[in-house]
Design a binder for this molecule. Structure first.
Ligand code: PBG
Length: 331
């Protein structure tokens, strides 16, 4: 074919802007920085102890002393915040998640220790019953049903107890109706009007949480979470959840999981008046590690591409198990 004879004159050449690394860096629309990340961490009892998590290669549960070291390292690399999850012994779990508001519980001690040893770092704490519940559900269970309003009382106690220990923000991940408003009121009444709320607003019932449930041994003992977490087929409903949480007092909202829900992140970003977080969850992490271990794809490249995609979609910040590694790479 004679290219000069084509009826399409090639007037437009977008490739010009991609010709050299310098040009590409000038036109790049999305840049990651260490301050974009929130580092989720699992804490266990004991001293000088790390426990690997089978389905999350490279991620461990840390005893408190080692948790402090890990957080220091991440903070020194520019990661401003951590999200804490406590893995407690089964013997401490009961139907009403009593241990979740024990002033000397593992979570509360972890918060106090971090605020003492690394006071600059923002400590964000998970508010939900599942890691403390003998049922493995985020809400109070009666006759196999998850009861909304009785759960709110427990979540409020848990939040106040975490705020007392020094949490900068509490992060309800339970998806009960009305919890943000109830938690806000409870915090204010207890004198914690400065403690923020990062609401897991659009949290989907997702298979991507599997490895996390192994990490905390928190899988539901029966049934699933579909009566409270959202149907992954829906996105308009995410807008409804986000608007409600903002109205009830959320300081930041979240979409979770991350990469399979980029459309939801983009939509939420359009309508939200508060910062939007996205959670690259355990299963997303595990998939990247699995293909890397098989030699099928380049893990470092996938880490950068997936995190950039989540930010490009509209996330102001990203919870990711790669937080420290990505921050290292960005130095
Ligand atoms: C518990 C909670 C879950 C995650 C964060 N908080 C699991 C669940 O809802 O079953 C998932 C995080 C991850 O998969 O990385 N309320």
């Amino acid at each position: 074919m004679d290219i000069t004879q084509t009826k399409y004159l090639i007037e437009h050449r977008p490739r010009r802007n991609r010709r050299t690394p310098a040009l590409r860096s000038m036109v790049r629309e999305t840049d990651l920085k260490p301050a974009d990340f929130i580092y989720p961490l699992f804490v266990i009892e004991g001293e000088k102890k790390t426990e690997p998590i089978n389905s999350m290669p490279g991620v461990s549960r840390f005893s408190l002393d080692l948790l402090v070291e890990e957080v220091k390292q991440a903070y020194d690399l520019g990661v401003p915040a951590v999200a804490l999850f406590a893995a407690i012994d089964d013997s401490l779990k009961d139907e009403v998640a009593t241990e979740s508001h024990n002033p000397d519980g593992l979570m509360q001690r972890a918060i106090r220790t971090l605020k003492e040893k690394v006071p600059e770092v923002a400590v964000i704490t998970d508010v939900a019953m599942d890691p403390f519940s003998s049922e493995g559900h985020d809400g109070y269970v009666e006759d196999g049903k998850i009861l909304n309003d009785p759960t709110l009382e427990i979540l409020a106690k848990m939040s106040v107890s975490q705020a007392e220990a020094g949490a900068d923000m509490v992060a309800p991940s339970d998806m009960m109706d009305g919890r943000v408003g109830v938690i806000r009121q409870a915090l204010d009444e207890a004198g914690f009007e400065e403690t923020g709320i990062l609401a897991y607003s659009a949290k989907y019932a997702s298979s991507f949480y599997g490895p996390f449930r192994e990490a905390l041994d928190s899988a539901p003992r029966h049934g699933d979470k579909k009566t409270y977490q959202m149907d992954f087929a829906n996105s308009r409903e995410a807008v409804r959840e986000v608007l409600l949480d903002i109205e009830e007092g959320a300081d930041m909202v979240m979409v979770k999981p991350g990469m399979p829900y980029l459309d939801v992140i983009a939509k939420v970003r359009e309508i939200s008046t508060v910062p939007v977080a996205a959670y690259q969850v355990s299963g997303e992490y595990a998939m990247i590690e699995a293909v890397t271990a098989n030699g099928w794809m380049d893990g470092e490249a996938l880490m950068t591409e997936t995190l950039t995609s989540i930010k490009r979609a509209g996330a102001d910040m990203i919870l990711t198990y790669f937080a420290k590694r990505m921050a290292e790479r960005l130095q």
